[in-house]
Design a protein around this ligand. Structure first.
Ligand code: NFK
Length: 252
């Protein structure tokens, strides 16, 4: 099935899924000092919600997980504000022009940092609605890592300001955070991207409709270029929700 969006043609039968599957074992990626997610049958007395156990006609699992800690998720500025803002209210459109770029974070002291100049160079003249940042090296282990206390790479504040000033509304990255793991709550890149000046009293010109998606994984065979992004998430009324970003190649 092909679709033409403005003058752009995409093939809906060729989705490129850049989400990470969520499982209930140690193979699942983990961040922020959590244990693995739990997916297990409901039990009531000696009844167990699992067909293979012989008592239930259906498989009927409870799931316990944390959107920020356990995989691909999309968040709104409610992630850092005193007041409650929900991703389900902030994000009401789901198709965007997008640019995939690959960058190798730079060694600065003990940190690995993505700097403004790298984003600027990789974007060139492009002004997409969404930017997808694939960090190099692009090890498959990103789908299984326990990031806790590993000080993963992050975006410098100037890079986040640059992305905001470019008018880019959606930022997707294959790391657990756009900010340094232990930063005493400074959250410089989050604040810069959303233009949040005071988390206790959100300014009117904060970017309420902009989102950050973390812990994606983009396979090596997907090349850096322009795509159409379909950014979907489960309709949780929460600052963040597990999400399923999907790319479509632009057919020339
Ligand atoms: N860096 C923050 C913590 C932080 O960023 C964070 C903590 C728990 C869950 C998610 C977090 N950030 C996600 O982008 C701090 O050190 O206070």
């Amino acid at each position: 099935m092909k679709a033409t969006i403005n003058n752009i043609q995409i093939d809906l039968s060729k989705p490129i899924d850049i989400s990470i599957p969520l499982t209930n074992n140690e193979q699942n990626p983990i961040a922020w000092y959590q244990n693995a997610p739990e997916i297990a049958p409901v039990t009531m007395g000696d009844w167990i919600g699992k067909v293979s156990e012989g008592k239930s006609s259906t498989n009927f699992n409870n799931i316990f997980f944390n959107p920020h800690a356990h995989g691909t998720h999309t968040e709104c500025l409610g992630h850092i504000t005193r007041d409650f803002y929900s991703i389900n209210h902030c994000l009401k459109q789901f198709f965007f022009t997008a640019e995939l770029i690959s960058v190798e974070p730079k060694n600065v002291g003990e940190d690995l940092i993505i700097i403004k100049e790298q984003i600027e160079l990789a974007l060139g003249e492009n002004s997409p609605e969404a930017i997808i940042i694939r960090t190099l090296p692009n090890s498959e282990s990103k789908k299984h890592l326990n990031y806790s206390n590993t000080n993963p790479p992050y975006l410098e504040e100037a890079a986040a300001i640059f992305i905001r000033e470019k008018g880019i509304q959606h930022l997707l990255i294959d790391l657990p955070s756009v900010d340094k793991e232990h930063d005493e709550g400074k959250l410089l890149a989050h604040k810069a991207f959303w233009n949040v000046k005071d988390v206790n009293q959100v300014n009117k010109d904060a970017r309420f409709n902009c989102t950050i998606t973390e812990m994606i994984y983009v396979n090596d065979d997907v090349i850096d270029e322009s795509y159409i992004l379909n950014l979907q998430f489960a309709s949780f009324e929460n600052d963040a929700s597990p999400s399923k970003p999907v790319l479509y190649k632009i057919e020339k």
